[in-house]
Design a protein around this ligand. Structure first.
Ligand code: FES
Length: 164
């Protein structure tokens, strides 16, 4: 006389249940983990904001005339997509000697423009002027125009965009 808890059939059933549970859990993990990783991976990517931007061939820029260049940078940070516009003035002094200024005024960040007739940069917000080399001539800006770090690669002018 044997109790139902000690029957060989129940032992087999329990074994099949355990094996089925283990196999089901393993299969769910194999299928589910990559899906979870796919959905959360954008949030784990780090956006550095450290880029070299090509401004094209150096020959495109005339000697001794500040020449504007603008570009838009698109970034993906997790699920957030953003785009930001930037502007610069390229002053090619001689040969490969080049300075690239940010077009953002150092007072309150308005966009400056180059006045060819007067040979100086002008900020319309508070009437500031900068000379061709970015030095403050007059107005409230506390410092000269910011300069981008530059380099030449295969005759392409590149500027370094570094953001916190
Ligand atoms: S923002 Fe340029 S002078 Fe004030």
């Amino acid at each position: 006389m044997s109790s139902k808890y000690h029957s060989p059939n129940m032992g087999r059933r329990s074994f099949v249940k355990i094996v089925t549970s283990i196999l089901g859990t393993t299969m769910a993990a194999i299928v589910g983990l990559p899906m979870i990783q796919f959905f959360i991976s954008p949030a784990l990517k780090k956006v550095t904001g450290d880029d070299w931007i090509s401004l094209g061939p150096l020959e495109n820029y005339p000697l001794d005339i500040p020449t504007p260049f603008s570009f838009t940078l698109r970034r993906v940070n997790g699920w957030e997509r953003s785009s930001q516009s930037y502007g610069a003035f390229v002053l090619r002094q001689s040969g490969n000697d080049v300075i690239v200024f940010s077009d953002v005024c150092t007072h309150l960040s308005c966009r400056i423009s180059w006045d060819t007739d007067k040979g100086r940069y002008f900020c319309p917000c508070h009437g500031a002027f900068f000379d061709k080399y970015g030095e403050v001539i007059s107005g409230p800006p506390p410092r000269p125009l910011d300069r981008y770090e530059t380099k030449l690669e295969e005759n392409q002018l590149l500027i370094h965009l570094l953001e916190g």
